[in-house]
Design a protein around this ligand. Structure first.
Ligand SMILES: *Cc1c(COP(=O)(O)O)cnc(C)c1O
Length: 403
């Protein structure tokens, strides 16, 4: 007998759960791309995207995933041969650095490992040492989805300002947007990249590049940018097709409209607060499980943890066994451990992640935690007792904040 039949729950850190409203909005006949509703509806997305990113500046939309957004951000601001400082706090920082290198950009990679945020002192030292201002941009991952570490993007702006360094500040918010608080203008971010399939609750396929006036100036100073990646017309189209450099991603746009309606109705601050409480419930459960046995949160300090995803260490083979058990027996799919060990290393089986981004609420989180508890019990993995009660206390508002 399996207890998995019923609505499945994909609790991985993207793609995330899609709201019924999004699915319904996408279930429609092909719309006219030359006139009518789609044209006006698309224009209505722009102010709401800006509101979610907390910016009054520019946004370009691409038919791409996050990797496309990485490429677009660099293609519009840097020449081959330019130098950038890239911080890595997990797999995704390395990924963006690789994209830069393949565009012919010289990368100074600053690796902070898999369990720590960006160290602002090291960024400051590198910027102070760069008296010739060879570094054209500082690239940082707000939330690294592999490690679930949260870095201080505003702190990097403060360091740039304190050192008087003119480099652009670029942030990868693909995991964090609409989950963890992010303030593009308030934090002085020049370029921010995001995707549709995480906090924005839309299927993978749309990428967003938000950019400041200063970044727009950097684009204008470039001798050439490949047509498809050029953000100029996308952010300021004279014709509808220019938003997308070709045919519009029609159904994704309707899905995005529905998702933004949900976010706007809830309010972005409330969206952040919901993610905060749900994350704390998950952390309370994990902390309790970890009191006995091998489970441990990858990021020890709650102040440095993302509210979109939680990375866990449980030792091989428990991570893979637990994922298998909860999927087959409880209908909950957990995330694999990413970048913590090589896939052919037996240690690879010692990690998993819980995605809690986007369309998640208290009953979903409590359900996923209950499924994990059942899995730990079924597999005889030692764990502390009272985890669900601890999570419930957070949901009930009866627990002082853990971070
Ligand atoms: C998911 C993710 C990416 C990659 O996005 P894709 O859509 O898979 O290309 C990059 N950075 C971060 C932080 C992510 O979470």
């Amino acid at each position: 007998m399996s207890l998995a039949n019923g609505r499945p729950y994909l609790a991985i850190p993207g793609p995330s759960v899609m709201p019924e409203e999004v699915l319904r909005a996408m279930h429609r006949a092909a719309p006219n791309i030359y006139e009518g509703d789609l044209i006006e509806m698309t224009a209505s997305l722009i102010p709401d995207l800006r509101a979610v990113a907390r910016t009054t500046q520019h946004v370009a939309i691409y038919i791409a995933n996050g990797h496309g957004a990485w490429e677009a951000a660099l293609a519009n601001t840097l020449n081959p041969g330019d130098r950038v400082l890239v911080s890595a706090t997990g797999r995704f920082g390395h990924g963006w650095a690789e994209v830069a290198e393949l565009q012919g950009i010289a990368v100074d990679l600053m690796d902070f490992g898999k369990r720590a945020p960006i160290d602002l002192n090291r960024i400051e030292d590198a910027l102070r040492a760069d008296t010739a201002h060879a570094i054209k941009a500082v690239l940082a991952t707000h939330v690294d989805t592999s490690s679930s570490v949260l870095s201080d993007i505003a702190g990097i702006r403060a360091v740039l300002d304190a050192t008087g360094h003119p480099a652009l500040l670029m942030a990868d918010c693909i995991a964090s947007l609409a989950c963890d608080r992010f303030e593009m203008d308030g934090w002085g971010v020049d370029v921010m990249v995001a995707g549709s399939q995480k906090g924005l609750m839309v299927p993978p396929g749309l990428a967003f590049v938000f950019f400041s006036d200063k970044a727009a100036e950097a684009r204008r100073a470039l001798p050439r940018v490949n047509r498809y990646w050029d953000w100029t017309a996308r952010a300021n189209p004279e014709m509808f097709y220019q938003y997308f450099g070709g045919t519009a991603p029609t159904h994704h746009l309707y899905g995005l409209r529905a998702a933004l309606d949900l976010i706007m109705a809830e309010g972005i601050e409330e969206v952040w607060a919901r993610h905060d409480t749900l994350a704390r419930a998950i952390w309370a459960a994990c902390e309790t499980w970890g009191q006995t046995g091998p489970l441990e949160m990858n990021i020890a300090d709650p102040a440095l943890r993302s509210r979109a995803v939680t990375a866990l260490r449980i030792g091989a083979p428990h991570g893979s066994a637990l994922r298998r058990w909860v999927q087959d027996n409880a209908g909950v799919t957990l995330g694999i451990g990413l970048g913590m060990a090589e896939p052919n290393d037996p240690a690879w089986h010692g990690f998993f992640r819980i995605g809690h981004m986007g369309h998640v609420n208290a009953h979903m989180v409590l359900g996923a935690l209950g499924a994990i508890e059942a899995g730990l019990t079924a597999l005889d993995i030692p764990h502390g007792t009272g985890a669900l009660a601890a999570a419930a206390r957070v949901i009930a508002g009866r627990t002082r904040c853990v971070g």
